[in-house]
Design a protein around this ligand. Structure first.
Ligand SMILES: [Zn+2]
Length: 171
């Protein structure tokens, strides 16, 4: 089921999410809804609090085409084990419609998480998937991409976002 995406400055986006203890039917349904919502919005990643559920769950699919080899991931209670390198990328965010900002992140991350069956796994992500992962991990920790900007860059981005919101309300 496609759910509504929560947009900034909703409180649920600014609070750390809670860890998942048990993967029950509710969490399974949440994961399914997250994929439905992400594909519907043509996103490449989604954190549970972006649909208003404050749990440490993210989904990623950086190649959402049926014929392409997918990197399709469900990450529950994810943590970074190791990170290296630096990369700058102009990111978008489904919770900031229309806004894109350049953020610096690690270019390679080793990640530990549980999969949708509750089994622990580790994976190394590089380049674009690493960027998407770190963006979603920030969401799970109550951090949005504008919080990665400092001083006037952050103020400018917020100003631009507010302007986009005002324009969207007019139509
Ligand atoms: Zn986002």
């Amino acid at each position: 089921m496609v759910r509504d995406i929560v947009t900034y400055p909703a409180e649920v986006l600014t609070k750390p999410t809670e860890r998942v203890d048990v993967i029950d039917r509710e969490v399974e349904k949440l994961i399914k809804d997250m994929f439905d919502t992400m594909y519907h919005a043509e996103g490449v990643g989604l954190a549970a609090n972006q649909i208003g559920v404050s749990l440490s769950v993210m989904v990623i699919d950086t190649t959402p085409k049926e014929d392409a080899p997918d990197l399709k991931l469900v990450l529950i209670n994810p943590d970074v084990v190791e990170s290296e390198g630096k990369v700058k990328y102009k990111e978008g965010c489904l919770s900031f419609p229309g806004l894109s900002v350049e953020v610096e992140r690690a270019s390679k991350v080793r990640v530990r998480a549980l999969n949708e069956r509750g089994e622990p796994f580790e994976i190394t992500l590089e380049d674009f998937p690493a960027i998407v992962f770190q963006h979603e991990l920030d969401h799970l920790q109550g951090i949005t991409f504008i919080d990665r900007l400092k001083g006037w860059r952050r103020r400018m981005a917020l100003e631009k976002y507010r302007k986009l919101q005002r324009e969207a309300q007019k139509v």
